[in-house]
Design a protein around this ligand. Structure first.
Ligand code: NDP
Ligand code: ZN
Length: 351
């Protein structure tokens, strides 16, 4: 598995460039995957640029991976060569704590091993993600991609999809609920599709007038321009849930005012401190809740893929030649993507 072609960042300001890595020989429970497609998540950009601190260079990002199995270790029972499979944000966990036992590996008490930039629990090497030709992953962290789904548009389900599906399911969002989705990017546009499929009335909150028609096309019932104070005021006390995918610190208070009493603001986009400060009064006086949610566990990641196949849900993607990855990051920063770049890994093999 030596000399696997990949793209890596070597410093926060280096951009991404070709880089060769070694993939490990198969362990007994490992699945080897030839990668066909890999989605480009805003988290890739955060890690490349070290926005969250602690990035380990070289960084080879990518956690929306779809490909075909090429080989399996002797203890693998669920997959065989030729199967269409996916790998998301995690590749390992302790597998024995209460979270792992409940299929919530993302909340592993010892900390899960992320697809890139984590230390492998067995040999201490740094994990490398899907901007590469192939990957080797333990079977527990591999999911089956229904053949009915287009494999390229299915790739973002592995992160953008599960991250928005999981909290909607956890909070039992359904018929009769009014849901607002904040930010119409990779996660946001999937959030709209899932909330609609679950029966909710859905509003997109966007900064961008230009996205209004698009939001309706995605199935949103209403659109609110979040920078328009009058529109925000008119939405006061009307939402059961807000699913917040905005990737940078932003004022939560105007959004909290849009929640009914007992309403819940679910953060998925922000991992850094909330600034400006929350007005506690907005929570206390209406028993409002601010919650967070991280991707989803392995059983639920399989569930969301099957849900998408059943409900004909896929991501809206723009296919990307990996040689244009740095330009794609610039566009992602501007919010100028409809709505997910997916790398066609053929372009890495040719390049
Ligand atoms: P995108 O860049 O695709 O979309 C983010 C959207 O947020 C934009 O399209 C834009 O929508 C809005 N936005 C961007 N900048 C601002 C700003 N300054 N103020 C207000 N709104 C803004 O990102 P993704 O959807 O890929 O990811 C979103 C966030 O979720 C990232 O921070 C990512 O790291 C995180 N994430 C979290 C996960 C989890 O498990 N919790 C998993 C995966 C990702 P509009 O133009 O409509 O306003
Ligand atoms: Zn992601």
């Amino acid at each position: 598995m030596a000399n696997t072609k990949a793209y890596a960042a070597t410093a926060p300001d280096s951009g991404l460039a070709p880089y060769a890595i070694d993939r490990r020989e198969l362990r007994a429970d490992d699945v080897a995957i030839e990668i066909d497609y890999c989605g480009v998540c805003h988290s890739d950009l955060h890690t490349v640029e070290n926005d969250w601190g602690g990035s380990k260079y070289p960084v080879i990002p990518g956690h929306e991976i779809v490909g075909r199995v090429t080989a399996v270790g002797p203890e693998v029972s669920h997959f065989k060569a030729g199967d269409l499979v996916g790998v998301g944000c995690m590749v390992d966990s302790c597998r024995s704590c209460s979270a792992c036992d409940s299929g919530l590996e993302q909340y592993c008490i010892e900390g899960s091993t992320m697809t890139y930039g984590s230390l492998d629990r067995h040999d201490g090497s740094v994990t490398h993600g899907g901007y590469s030709e192939r990957i080797v992953v333990s079977e527990r962290f591999v999911v089956r991609v229904p053949e009915k789904l287009d494999p390229a548009s299915a790739a973002p389900i592995l992160c953008a999809g599960i991250t928005t599906y999981s909290p909607l399911k956890h909070f039992k969002v359904g018929k009769g609920h009014k849901v607002g989705v904040l930010g119409m990017g990779g996660l946001g546009h999937m959030g709209v599709k899932f909330a609609k499929a679950l029966g909710a009335e859905v509003t997109i909150f966007t900064r961008s007038e230009a996205k209004v028609a698009e939001a309706k096309k995605q199935g949103a019932d209403h659109v609110i321009i979040s920078t328009d104070k009058e529109q925000m005021k008119a939405a006061a006390d009307s939402f059961d849930f807000l699913l917040d995918t905005i990737p940078v610190a932003h004022d939560l208070n105007p959004y909290l005012k849009c929640l009914k009493y007992d309403g819940t603001h679910i953060l998925v986009g922000l991992l850094t401190p909330i600034e400006p400060a929350l007005q506690a009064g907005l929570l206390v006086t209406k028993r409002r809740v601010v919650a967070g949610s991280l991707i989803g566990g392995m059983p639920e990641t399989q569930e969301v893929l099957d849900f998408c196949a059943e409900h004909d849900i896929t991501c809206d993607i723009e296919m990307l030649d990996i040689r244009n990855i740095n330009e794609a990051y610039v566009r992602m920063k501007k919010g100028d993507v409809k709505y997910r770049f997916v790398i066609d890994m053929k372009t890495l093999k040719e390049g």
